[in-house]
Design a protein around this ligand. Structure first.
Ligand SMILES: [Ca+2]
Ligand SMILES: [Ca+2]
Length: 108
């Protein structure tokens, strides 16, 4: 990898995942990654996000929003390190309600 593209905030493979996220999910930072997250819907109509919690030293937070502006942390460090973890939204999808989940990873 080029020296200039090694920072955690870089994205040399242009797949939408920054190097920090690629590291956090154990995906390849130099190859486009399409399957880093899986989205699904629970039986009671709540959005679910599944990902690999690959690193013990990072903090994983899942945030939820209805408007992409106001975000609420709904889960911090879910599951166990080295496992595929699934986080379920706190609010069900009702008619006219949109819900968005995203992952935030921070290093100490
Ligand atoms: Ca990337
Ligand atoms: Ca990648």
């Amino acid at each position: 990898m080029q020296e200039s593209l090694r920072d955690p905030g870089d994205n040399p493979d242009r797949d939408g995942l920054l190097n920090l996220i690629e590291y956090a999910l154990d995906t390849n930072p130099t190859a486009s990654t399409s399957s880093a997250f899986q989205n699904s819907l629970s039986a009671d109509h709540k959005v679910q996000l599944t990902f690999l919690r690959a690193r013990s030293e990072l903090t994983y937070e899942v945030l939820a929003s209805s408007d992409l502006t106001n975000w609420t942390v709904i889960s911090t460090d879910p599951g166990a390190v080295g496992q595929q973890v699934t986080v379920t939204d706190t609010t069900a999808l009702d008619t006219g309600t949109k819900r968005f989940l995203r992952l935030r990873v921070t290093s100490p």
